[in-house]
Design a protein around this ligand. Sequence first.
Ligand code: DGI
Ligand code: FE
Ligand code: FE
Length: 193
Amino acid sequence: MKDLEKYQKKLQHYIDKDRYQHTLGVMYTAAALAMAYHYDMDKAMLAGLLHDCAKNVPHDKKIELCKKHHVEITDIERENPFLLHAKVGAIIAKKKYDVKDEEILHAISVHTTGAPAMGTLDMILFIADYIEPGRDKAKNLKKIREMAFQNLEHTVEKILSDTLNYLNEKSGRIDPTTELTYEYYKNRRKLVV
Ligand code: DGI
Ligand code: FE
Ligand code: FE
């Protein structure tokens, strides 16, 4: 996909070097997951490439952009504006990168907290962001990297469970969506098994 190069050049002006490296990791990991789960590889790569495009947008600007585009801001997001880089990323992908594909925009907008009943691309991006080769801090990465190629939903549940434990340990405010999403996937596994 030739367009990808154009997006890459542009993106490099807006995010720092380390974030760009992370982004490439997510892009290629999303491609691998798309291959494993028979999803459109080009779409997965574009979602991976652009998912953190709002990471370097100042907090007040993120809030302003949400207001301008009628995107709802929760109290938790107001207190932890970094969470907004997901929703604002979707706005920027649409307005500045001209991405029209709603699945890509949705995957970007839920990539930090997840959301109940995610689609395949949502889960691919959520997981790729967590397991890309440059990540080395989270617990259980080896196991989660293995799980990712076996079952998307179980992997999402495990990532959320570990993220909630991590946030509880460091007393980070938990977005209700993160909690809701975890409960959703936990209950689903119990229903299915
Ligand atoms: O932008 P990245 O760093 O690549 O990754 P991300 O968008 O998934 O953000 C990861 C961080 O988000 C990680 O430190 C955990 C945090 N996070 C996820 N859910 C919540 C949360 N932080 C808070 N405070 N509350 C949440 O519900
Ligand atoms: Fe992110
Ligand atoms: Fe990321």
